[in-house]
Write a protein that binds this ligand. Structure first.
Ligand code: SF4
Length: 498
């Protein structure tokens, strides 16, 4: 039997600080932070709204440089990016803290610094991140989860190094960010996946604690700079899942960006201060998609749904199927190497800058399972993806294998994941078709491991099933927020009386 990873006691993550950029020094030892539009003025010893930037000795510092959640291998679909290298493996990198406090945040445990414990925090250098990506054959770094805005200095340092090593940088954010900070990102970030929660200023203030104007300005700016941009909007049940919300965001994309920019309507699940709600009804998502299409948006997708029309890419001219997707898996079937339709030659606006890179798969009898602990997991309800976290305690390289199991008893090929001596690695497995019943993972004895249920894309679970068991809920993650959860009721009442 392989053993379960036990977290050892770690240092207090808030102790060490690092000089911050975008500082304005003020009289009386005060500093102003110019990273997000809040422009917090912070006194000696204090911290800003995000709780990960502060004033130490009259200078602005960051408290989370090199400190994040565990790095994780995922696919680019996790980041609501459908028009850049479909199916590409990415290295997802999340940190701690956030410049917003959205009532439905599904990563609230790490985005809101007050809930972060030392066990949640992992320490990295820019060199370690780049080296890990290269060793695992990963070509895209994704700055994601809580929100990359508040990891500015570490991202700049690492993304620069990554670029020199030939890697691509993806930035998935709510993008409540200053224009000065965007100027610093432009030389190193290639892809922006931007979550615009709504176009309604009132909604923004109430639900996110931020304001919409800087988000729109920053999105416009990166698009005008020629970056690859995709936009997503969370459709919150009975609050922002109406056609009017879909129309307003579509009109904005059409007027300020372009009708070829992919737009994703994302299914909501109850969480954080909105745990007393329900998942977005699928018909609402389909209506939103239709409304966007009617307004001329060419590539409209639905997120956090499986087996529903709205995840595949089709040629806008001849309707040829270009890319099929199920969950976080994608298969290119009707695209030539330039991203054009193989049937009619029309430009699909899908960038394919990277040559195909197959996974290292092996036929069953080439895998020795001697001394290997076989762990099985069953997909259930809305739990259709899983993080496997593994720590190689051996002085030699170790190899994990995993494969898919189907309802008729057949299996997919084994896929290998190599771990260097002492390496801690985390990777996702996601359901790939309707009849897939779950994954099977082979863990050598020298490797300690934990499994984490992932609830919807870009969710970073902090608790493993070894700690809290398998969830029985079909609508929300197992980790429940202990504070007040009535934001959903309040907003709904306000909406009804408006
Ligand atoms: S990043 Fe934003 S929230 Fe954090 S200290 Fe700077 S201005 Fe304030």
């Amino acid at each position: 039997m392989s053993t379960i990873i036990k977290e050892t006691t770690k240092e207090n993550w808030q102790q060490q600080s690092h000089p911050a950029r975008l500082e304005e020094r003020l009289p009386d030892g005060l500093v102003r932070c110019h990273l997000s539009p809040r422009n917090c003025v912070i006194k000696e010893g204090g911290r800003g709204f995000c709780k990960v930037r502060g004033n130490r000795g009259g200078r602005l510092v960051t408290l989370n440089y090199g400190k994040g959640v565990h790095l994780t291998e995922e696919t680019i679909e996790t980041e609501a990016v459908f028009h850049f290298s479909p199916g590409e493996r990415i290295l997802s990198l999340g940190n701690i803290g956030c410049m917003l406090n959205c009532g439905y945040c599904h990563n609230w445990k790490t985005s809101q610094a007050r809930y972060v414990t030392d066990a949640d925090v992992h320490y990295y250098t820019p060199e370690q991140i780049v080296e890990t990506a290269l060793r695992h054959g990963i070509r895209i770094l994704s700055w994601t989860y809580n929100d990359p805005v508040v990891w500015h200095e570490f991202i700049l340092d690492t993304a620069r190094l990554a670029k020199r090593a030939g890697l691509i940088n993806l930035y998935k954010s709510a993008f409540f960010i200053s224009e000065e900070a965007v100027d610093e990102l432009l030389p190193v970030i290639d892809i922006f996946s931007i979550s615009i929660k709504s176009i309604d200023p009132d909604y923004y203030r109430k639900v996110t604690t931020g304001w919409v104007e800087p988000v729109l300005a920053a999105t416009r700016k990166v698009y005008k700079a020629g970056k690859h941009v995709e936009v997503s909007t969370l459709m919150v049940t009975d609050i922002s899942d109406d056609e009017q919300t879909a129309r307003r965001i579509s009109e904005w994309v059409k007027a300020e960006l372009d009708v070829t920019v992919p737009l994703h309507f994302v299914r909501f699940h109850p969480d954080y201060k909105m745990s007393n709600s329900t998942r977005t009804p699928i018909p609402k998502l389909l209506s939103a998609r239709e409304a966007a299409h009617d307004l001329g948006i060419q590539h409209v997708y639905l997120g956090n749904v499986n087996g529903v029309d709205g995840t595949d890419s089709r040629c806008v001219k001849c309707r040829n199927l270009l890319v099929t997707r199920y969950g976080l898996n994608a298969r290119k079937i009707g695209l030539d190497e330039h991203g054009h339709c193989t049937q009619c030659g029309h430009d699909a606006h899908i960038k394919l800058p990277l040559p195909p890179l197959p996974l290292e798969t092996v036929v069953p009898d080439e895998v020795s399972l001697e001394g290997v602990d076989l762990r099985r997991f069953e997909w259930h309800g809305d739990i259709v993806s899983l993080h496997v976290q593994a720590l190689n305690t051996s002085p030699k390289e170790a190899c994990i294998v995993h494969r898919r199991r189907f309802a008729d008893g057949s299996t997919g090929p084994w896929v290998k994941v190599h771990l260097a001596s002492g390496e801690s690695y985390r990777f996702i497995m996601a359901k790939s078709r309707e009849d897939e019943v779950g994954p099977e993972v082979g863990i050598p004895q020298s490797v300690e491991s934990n499994l984490h249920e992932v609830f919807d894309r870009a969710h970073f679970p902090t608790q493993s099933i070894e700690e809290v068991g398998v969830s029985h809920s079909d609508i929300t993650p197992i980790l429940r927020y202990a504070g007040k959860q009535n934001m959903y009721d309040q907003l709904r009442k306000e909406g009804e009386s408006a």
